[in-house]
Design a protein around this ligand. Structure first.
Ligand code: PSU
Ligand code: MN
Length: 307
């Protein structure tokens, strides 16, 4: 059976116009809104991130699943509905088609956002931190689908690295095995989300948006599948040093273990615990790094569009 019905893709008027004109677009995820930040900071941040992309000269396309459609670009009322909603599914590659088929509301993780962005022809995507190999993965087998997606889907993900609650050395090893270029922006060390330096050397380095665009273009020319992961260190004034974070991460992970939190729930649980343990400071840092990544995303999209 061949299904020739159109894709369940709904572009906002802004996104449709930018696509038609070949103007630069930056995809934005929605799991960070529904599962990554508390209300109302989540909505405020989502709005500020869109403004930051616009101010830097690109068009933001926040992606979510609503009413059986992949929405590329959300109206402000939809953004608010999503930010307030309970029982929104956290969608990755495995459950994206289920949410669409059943009409359930879903937010898109890095993996699912990459899939949807690619379907819409968008090749640059800005977020906070990608998922990766969890600590203790040798027992739990918990490795984020984000890594596999980076290996398969040609979208460049601008992040502040992988979240420091993960096993970062193993995360970099998996990315190397899967052939994903990992590029630190303006740095020699791979960043660790809340901290600028994970203590690990970055596999690659780029110093301008144009260099990232060149890498993307060359990868495509060679016919290599998959994306590029950019690690953009959080601005100095906003970082929480790694040794300080480590104490909170250990505590949050121990709480997760004690409470039997597993699977998809781990990352949202640990982010929330760390938010409480740092009296909200981790959230301020998270917001700062997402804004920083959005600006770089816009610059890369512009460099790409200018080629
Ligand atoms: N960046 C943030 N906050 C988040 C995330 C990213 O600043 O909450 C989300 C992304 O959607 C990412 C997900 O794909 O965390 C990782 O989830 P997991 O570890 O279950 O794969
Ligand atoms: Mn997982």
């Amino acid at each position: 059976m061949t299904d020739i019905s159109p894709l369940p893709l709904k572009l906002s008027p802004d996104v449709a116009a930018a696509t038609a004109d070949g103007r630069p677009l930056v995809a934005l995820e929605s799991t960070i809104i529904t599962h990554g930040m508390p209300w109302p900071d989540n909505l405020e941040t989502a709005r500020h991130v869109e403004e930051a992309v616009r101010a830097a000269g690109a068009v933001p396309a926040t992606i979510a699943i609503m009413d059986g459609d992949i929405r590329i670009g959300l109206a402000d009322a939809d953004l608010e509905r999503l930010a307030k909603a309970k029982n929104v599914m956290k969608l990755s590659r495995a459950d994206l088609p289920f949410a669409l088929a059943t009409g359930r509301a879903g937010s898109t993780t890095v993996a699912a956002t990459m899939i949807c962005a690619h379907l819409a022809g968008i090749s640059v995507f800005a977020t906070g931190g990608v998922g990766g190999v969890h600590r203790g993965a040798e027992q739990s087998f918990d490795i984020s689908a984000d890594l596999e997606e980076l290996a398969q889907t040609p979208v460049t993900v601008i992040s502040a690295g992988a979240k420091a609650l993960l096993d970062l050395p193993k995360t970099l090893e998996v990315l190397e095995t899967k052939g994903v270029p990992v590029v630190a922006y303006g740095a020699d060390r791979f960043p660790a989300f809340w901290s600028r330096d994970s203590g690990l050397a970055a596999p690659l380095r780029a110093d301008t948006p144009g260099e990232i665009a060149d890498l993307m273009a060359m990868k495509r020319r060679l016919g290599l599948p998959g994306g590029v992961l950019v690690g953009n260190p959080v601005p100095e004034g906003d970082e929480i040093p790694a040794d300080e974070m480590e104490v909170h991460i250990d505590k949050a992970l121990a709480d997760a273990g004690r409470e039997g939190v597993a699977g998809k729930a781990v990352t949202p649980f640990v982010l929330d615990r760390i938010y409480r343990l740092t009296d909200g400071r981790s959230l301020k840092t998270n917001i700062a790094l997402v804004l920083n990544n959005s600006r770089l995303g816009a610059q890369v999209a512009k460099a790409l569009a200018a080629r």
